[in-house]
Design a protein around this ligand. Structure first.
Ligand code: CA
Length: 254
């Protein structure tokens, strides 16, 4: 949900806080699906539940563009699904630029599945069987994080994330109200991160997007630039809050 905060008055902002969260549950095992739906409805969420990937895709495509009209605030997604599988559904949404939080719920528990799920843009992963209490807590955490971390579009092309404001056309960045000098690479890196909050990037992907295909060198270059960027953005670069390391894969912003 992109909002121009300066166009809202206080009562609008309060209303935003009371909107019921809408959750899409995609799970083909009926018993698990019913359990999840019950658990979420008991917590006051509005739940739409479907049993296969194609139906989920249809529900998501109804109003997938523009993103602010997207009908769900969270998707709970099983991986092994008939027709369209969970990974493909997740990949499709992210490809469309949709940042709706996605919690993968799956019996697949290997490290590879986990990393792959995060790599293609899921936000969290919980393995079956799980306790309903932990599950609901994770849903709440994702919904809360999404509300806090939704980039606020002040005017076209200006991107804000918490107390970082980036002005792409002016090639300018303000951090906690202070202008910060970034090299062209650092600027491009930050722009990419801010335009894709919570997305996990592998080093190779960052090299492709920021340095270009013709870059000759090694992936350590990315780590070095991340370190420089952290020194300029973070209050405590050794405990980064903005750019976090995703072990075994790469980096995530937000
Ligand atoms: Ca399944």
């Amino acid at each position: 949900m992109m909002l121009a905060l300066n166009m809202l008055n206080n009562s609008d902002i309060q209303n935003l806080g009371t909107v019921t969260n809408r959750i899409l549950v995609v799970e083909d095992e009926e018993s698990i699906r019913e359990l999840i739906v019950l658990g979420l409805e008991e917590e006051g969420f509005t739940v739409v539940a479907v049993g296969d990937g194609q139906t989920a895709l249809n529900k998501c495509q109804v109003q997938a563009v523009p993103a602010q009209e997207f009908p769900f605030d969270l998707i709970v997604l099983d991986l092994m699904l008939p027709q369209v599988n969970g990974l493909d559904l997740c990949r499709f949404l992210r490809y469309k630029g949709n940042h709706v939080p996605i919690l993968i719920v799956s019996a697949k528990t290997t490290e590879t599945d986990r990393v792959l799920g995060l790599e293609i843009g899921a936000d969290d992963y919980i393995s079956k069987p799980f306790s309903m209490r932990e599950f609901v807590a994770r849903c709440r955490a994702l919904l809360r994080r999404n509300r806090l971390n939704t980039p606020v579009e002040l005017e076209p092309s200006i991107v804000q994330f918490q107390d970082i404001i980036l002005y792409p056309e002016e090639y300018r960045v303000m951090v906690r109200g202070v202008a910060v000098n970034l090299s062209p690479r650092e600027f491009r890196l930050l722009e990419l991160f801010m335009q894709n909050p919570r997305r996990v990037w592998g080093r190779e992907q960052l090299l492709d997007r920021v340095w270009g295909m013709d870059f000759i060198g090694d992936r350590k270059t990315v780590d070095v630039h991340i370190r420089w960027l952290r020194e300029k953005l973070e209050l405590d670069p050794s405990q980064p809050q903005y750019i976090t390391t995703v072990r075994g894969f790469g980096y995530r912003f937000g």
